[in-house]
Ligand binder design. Sequence first.
Ligand code: SF4
Length: 257
Amino acid sequence: MRASLVEIFSSFQGEGTYVGAPTIFVRFGGCDLRCRWCDSPTTWTASRSCRIERRAGSGDFDTVANPVEIDTVVDRVRGLGLRDASFVSATGGEPLLQPGAVAALGHALRDDPARFWLETHGLHVDALRRVAGVVDVVSMDWKLPGEVERASGAAGGFADAHRVFLEVALGSAECLVKIVVTEATRDEEWDEACRGVASVAPEVPFIVQPVTPVENPLGRIERRPSAARLMELQRAAELHLRTVRIIPQTHPLLEAL
Ligand code: SF4
């Protein structure tokens, strides 16, 4: 089994309820969405090569051709150092576009001390079923249709697929739901999203992530929503959900060190 990857590196979890946890990231290439705030546009299409960090935190990378054998991925992940409190995160791009590779990686690391994390846009439920049993934590996005499009240009909302996905994910893994908010986030779509999550799991950790200013091929986002707006969104979410947390991305701070 082989995987088309962008990079493997060691860092800290920068988002969600496990922020700060030591994490080795395996970034898969290819994504079928286009989010206005995406900070990884180089993952949108498969790349010819993958960079792999030589030593944890060194910032020195080897370059290997894609696709990469899963045995090689496992060796290089182990080489970056796994321990009990750590995670291996399959991220992207969208890892569930390569479910066989995600399942093989999770399976190979099953007896290692780290927990296996899946970062996903939360739409491909059949692929999720293929990796169930090897994933310990599912961190799924809940996409608001106003700011996210399918790469194919196909129309249609995401809510129904997200609901089914969350239901299946909860059957075999710890889950958290993450939702990026911008100044353009509308009250109606916010209410619909909160009700949608609550209809499946009102107790699931619901992470509100104020957008990080970014420029990508879709354009530029210059500002985060104000603190007052974030409080308003949190109060509205709390009408339906028990654990609502405002947590900005923290890895940009680390990169600035
Ligand atoms: S799903 Fe993730 S990788 Fe894909 S466009 Fe959106 S933010 Fe970027």
